[in-house]
Every structure is written in C-alpha cells, then in structure tokens.
Design a protein around this ligand. Structure first.
Ligand SMILES: NC(=O)c1ccc[n+]([C@@H]2O[C@H](COP(=O)([O-])OP(=O)(O)OC[C@H]3O[C@@H](n4cnc5c(N)ncnc54)[C@H](OP(=O)(O)O)[C@@H]3O)[C@@H](O)[C@H]2O)c1
Length: 271
C-alpha cells in the first residue's frame, strides 16, 4: 500500500476538522483521527495507533493534553511510512515553557522526516467554540487575567490553510511559523465586538491570576488545568507575544483574516 494518506490528529477539533475538510475538497486522501472518528485513535490506547497510522504519508499533529507519549507515536508513524509532520504548537511555547507544545515541536523536529511547526496566537474561534469562553459570553460575563494588551489573535481558518499548505506543498520543511491575525485585539475588545454583533450585553471583568484560578476551580475545572490556563492568559498580560509576524501572508500570499469578519461569519454562535 502506498503511504500517502494525510493523517489528521484532533480531526474533530477546531483546527483538525478544518484541515480535513480542505483536504477532502481537494480530493486528497485524508483520515481524521480522534477518539470519535470512524477509525478511532486514542493517545492513551496504543492498540489504536497501528490502524490509525497505516498508509499514512503526512501527519498533522495536535497534542491534546499533558501526558501523551507523543515522541513514541511520531516515531511509530515514521516507521510506518509518514514522511512529513506538521505540528500544531502555540505562540510563547518557548518563552513560557508550555511543555505539551514543546514536546510536540520536539517530536516533529526529531522525526527525521520533513517537519513544520505552527505557533499560532490565541484563536478567534475561542470566542465561538471554546468550552469555557463561549459559555461565559453566552452568560454575559467574561472573567480573564489578560490585561489590556492587544493579542494578534488568528483565525483558525488561516491556521488550517497554512497547515494544508505545509502538508501538501514542498518548501515548508524546517520552518517554524508564527501565525497571527492582522492586528492586536485585547480580550476586552474581542468581547465588546462579540457583544455588538450579537446584540447581547456582555461584561469583561479583569481579575488577577489567583482570582482567575479560583474562578475556574469554582466552576469545576481541575486545579492543574486552571493553573495552566492562568499561565496561557497571563502571557497575554505580559505583552511579550504581541508582535504580528506576517507568516500567514508569507505562506498564503494573501492577508490574514480579520476579527470583525470572523464575528460576522460566526454570528450564530452567540444568538
Ligand atoms: N485555543 C487556542 O487559542 C490555542 C492557541 C495556540 C495553540 N493552541 C493549541 O491547540 C491545540 C488544540 O488544537 P485544536 O483547538 O485544534 O483542538 P481542540 O478543538 O481542542 O480539540 C481537541 C481534539 O483532540 C481530540 N482528542 C482529545 N483527547 C484525545 C485523546 N485521548 N486521543 C486522541 N484524540 C483526542 C478531540 O477529539 P475526541 O474528543 O473525539 O477524541 C479533538 O479532535 C492545543 O495543543 C493547544 O495548545 C490553542
């Protein structure tokens, strides 16, 4: 069997399912992979790995949680024929030592085959799909420790476009792309834009890091997850990851999508 199937981990998630639909639109062979896909894949169940990677030529790698055996998995995928790995990481992975992201990056770089690392800023789609932020918007109050630093958040549609380019075209091997939107948007402004578009009253409440952790724990979020989220959002407040990179434009040859268009397009998420 020729190894040419595009394996898409997190194939039902925010980035993965968009990567899958783009590859399908181009009639390219694609296998979405997650615990709920037709061919199931579970990081915690090695028995699922073999059928998942069989015939794979390129791999979109989404590391979903802390304890995954990511290096071992990538090695097995390469032994099974994978020749290209595109790893989703995140902006600030190196500065803030986000371990899951760094492990995914390392597994790609040490794979011995073509690799590309994607480091996006926060996703626009956190406002429309995130399991914490979306319910907060719908309830009328967003509580975060992000300060008023603008974050050049990025549209997941652009991340998927870049991922597909890296999976299917030459010229991206050995690249680490920082993926940003066209301008910085604070979470308070993002909240205000969603409120305006949806006609809802939504308040943005700035809190300290410890207050944020307490807020999440009170909602039932495990304390370790709450601390991880605090680190991610406080990175915005520190203002260290606010520069636009231009990598979306360089890879795709067109401007990055803007937040206002996203809010209009995804309006039904909030109404
Ligand atoms: N959100 C942001 O602003 C942001 C910014 C930068 C980087 N990132 C990075 O983006 C990544 C998340 O990517 P995403 O947003 O595309 O995904 P996502 O929407 O969070 O979805 C997670 C995916 O992983 C699958 N999954 C969960 N547990 C699994 C398991 N045990 N085995 C196999 N698959 C599993 C889920 O499907 P099933 O439930 O069906 O298994 C789903 O397809 C994270 O690594 C995060 O660090 C996020």
């Amino acid at each position: 069997m020729t190894a040419n199937v595009n394996l898409v981990l997190g194939g039902t998630g925010k980035t993965g399912r968009r990567v899958v639909s783009r590859l399908r639109e181009r009639n390219l062979p694609v296998r979405p992979l997650s615990r709920s896909t037709e061919i199931p894949f579970d990081w915690t169940d090695r028995a699922t790995w073999g059928p998942a990677i069989e015939g794979g030529g390129a791999l979109y790698l989404v590391p979903p949680f802390a304890l995954d055996p990511i290096h071992e998995f990538v090695q097995r995928a390469v032994e099974a024929g994978v020749r290209r790995v595109v790893a989703l990481s995140g902006r600030g992975s190196d500065l803030y030592h986000f371990q899951v992201m760094l492990r995914g990056e390392r597994a790609a770089r040490e794979s011995g085959v073509d690799w590309t690392v994607l480091r996006p800023n926060h996703f626009f789609q956190n406002f429309s799909e995130d399991p914490l932020l979306l319910p907060a918007l719908l309830a009328g109050e967003v509580v975060l420790p992000t300060g008023d630093h603008p974050d050049p958040m990025v549209d997941v549609e652009d991340i998927a476009d870049v991922a597909v380019a890296a999976l299917t075209e030459d010229g991206h091997s050995g690249q680490t792309y920082t993926l940003t939107g066209p301008r910085g948007i604070s979470f308070a402004e993002g909240t205000a834009l969603v409120a305006r578009e949806s006609g809802r009253e939504i308040r943005y409440k700035e809190v300290s890091g410890p207050e944020y952790v307490a807020h999440l724990v009170a909602q039932g979020v495990p304390v370790d997850d709450a601390r991880d989220l605090r680190t991610v959002y406080e990175a915005v407040r520190e203002g260290t990851i606010v520069e636009q990179s231009g990598d979306v434009e360089r890879v795709l040859g067109r401007p990055a999508r803007d937040f206002e268009s996203f809010v209009r397009r995804e309006r039904t998420a909030w109404v």
